[in-house]
Design a protein around this ligand. Structure first.
Ligand SMILES: [Zn+2]
Length: 490
């Protein structure tokens, strides 16, 4: 745990340890996160990265930092060009399509837009300027065919972020025949035009930028960065190359904190057995609510690997349902007006009072959302204990606590992007989603539940029991509370 009263701790890949977050400019924070290459729909791995950095951005703002959040789009690249050629479309149209899809998917997942979303092709001049600077100080060179390469071996700090030595790198290098590199380790800053590819005029002939150089050019207006982020797969070579380019071009330090999220592992065997092999966000959202996916992703610490399985999603859904059900019931109870003059047992109040602080501390300890969610579940357990207690349910002390519980949800929404929906609406949508996944008729189930509410309201208990039997036959159990019936699905 972090020491009391300290600022947020963040794991810095550069030092391989948790460090206290102290921004370069007091009160301000600049975070640059490498975004997608726009050639396909986003998959679960993109969702994880976007959701995590969204929570980090929300946390920094909550702590009072004036945050500038930049997330780029790679909109010219081999994969984009290949797809355009395959589908006989313009490469720009391919990139636009998938950037629009990114915004749509992330909107569903409550990922707030970045403050700046630069695209590579809008920064060709800046990219050429960085190239020219690096050629000017001998850090890079142009070949006779018009490629520009960075001289890796001449940059002594190379490999510091990934912890790879130059000798280790040599072993992994593939020598491509026809390339005019001085050294197989050198990487391309600018690629000479090939037939049928997009191209721009440059001092080295027509061509297009390499991948890594775009981030050095696009991050330039905000240098030095407080936080540079992305998935762990970007540490090498992408981020290593970004550091080499930016720092060789004159920036003392590209970024102070390097933050990387872990992988999503997909168990293909488990996946295909149940719902088919779906890994794009939009496929997942055909089977689950967006909030379930967000809750699932935040249920693990961002640096741990996550196993994506339908079973894991089902569990996340049940957890989410428990929290929303408690919010729903608490709101219903609070609407009542008869309260007993009765305090809560001291242990309940004491346990309750420690939880909000534990929630804050979890987020300050390297954005431990899994632990923060565990604190919410502890709150739910206490709330349920009071709601199930006939005597305490309508105690004055319970009223105070329930009001605090309902109020906390506003803070959870702000910081985690969760629990912001109306509980009643959310629970009925969740029911429909689960019913649909069981291949049951959504309308019929909703109708049976509605009929049962009516029967109970009219005190027709024979009819209500008959309907309970029908629902049980479909695997749906109902529990009656004074606020109405709460259902569950086996
Ligand atoms: Zn980048």
């Amino acid at each position: 745990m972090k020491p009391q009263g300290a600022a947020m701790l963040l794991y810095n890949t550069l030092g391989r340890k948790k460090e206290e977050f102290v921004p370069i400019r007091p009160g301000k924070a600049v975070m640059y996160v490498c975004g997608i290459t726009a050639y396909d729909f986003c998959h679960i791995g993109h969702a994880r990265s976007a959701v995590f950095f969204d929570v980090l951005a929300r946390r920094l703002r909550h702590l009072g930092y004036d945050l500038t959040f930049v997330r780029n789009f790679t909109d010219v690249d081999d994969k984009i060009i290949a797809r355009a050629n395959r589908e006989n479309r313009d490469w720009r149209e391919v990139a636009d399509t998938y950037i629009a899809a990114f915004h749509e998917d992330m909107g569903h997942l409550k990922v707030l837009p970045a403050d700046f979303e630069p695209r590579a092709t809008e920064h060709i001049l800046q990219i050429q300027e960085v190239c020219a600077k690096l050629i000017g100080n001998d850090r890079a060179y142009a070949t006779p065919s018009g490629d520009v390469y960075f001289r890796v071996r001449a940059w002594p700090a190379y490999g510091r972020l990934s912890g790879r030595g130059v000798d280790e790198l040599v072993a992994g290098v593939r020598v491509v025949p026809g390339e005019e590199k001085e050294d197989p380790l050198d990487f391309a800053l600018w690629k000479a035009a090939k037939p049928g590819e997009p191209l721009w005029e440059s001092p080295w002939g027509e061509g297009r930028p390499g991948w890594h150089i775009e981030c050095s050019a696009m991050s330039e207006p905000w240098l030095p960065l407080d936080i540079h982020g992305g998935g762990q797969d970007l540490i090498f070579p992408h981020h290593e190359n970004e550091i080499a380019q930016s720092e060789a071009a004159g920036c003392a330090q590209l970024a102070k904190y390097w933050v990387h999220n872990g992988f999503v592992q997909i168990n293909a065997e488990k996946m295909s057995k149940s719902l088919g092999n779906f890994t794009t966000i939009r496929k997942i959202l055909e089977h689950y609510q967006p909030e379930t996916l967000r809750f699932f992703l935040l249920g693990k610490h961002y640096r741990s690997p996550v196993d994506f399985t339908p079973q894991g999603m089902d569990e996340a859904e049940k957890g989410l349902q428990r929290i929303y059900a408690a919010l729903w019931e608490a709101r219903g109870v609070l609407a009542g007006d008869r309260w007993k003059c009765l305090d809560l047992p001291g242990d309940v109040r004491q346990a309750w009072d420690s939880l909000p602080k534990a929630f804050e501390e979890a987020l300050d300890d390297d954005v431990n959302t899994a632990l923060a969610l565990a604190q919410i579940f502890s709150q739910v357990r206490l709330v349920n204990r009071l709601l199930e207690d006939k005597n305490l349910r309508t105690a004055e002390g319970t009223r105070t606590l329930l009001a605090e519980f309902v109020g906390s949800a506003l803070d959870w929404e702000k910081q985690l992007g969760l629990f912001g929906a109306d509980p009643g609406v959310f629970l009925s949508e969740l029911r429909d989603m689960r019913v649909k996944r069981k291949n049951l008729d959504v309308g019929m189930v909703a109708d049976l539940l509605r009929q049962r509410e009516i029967a109970r309201a009219g005190k027709d208990f024979a009819r209500s029991d008959e309907l309970r039997g029908k629902l049980a036959g479909l695997g749906i159990t109902v529990r009656d509370t004074r606020e109405g019936q709460i259902w569950d699905l086996e």
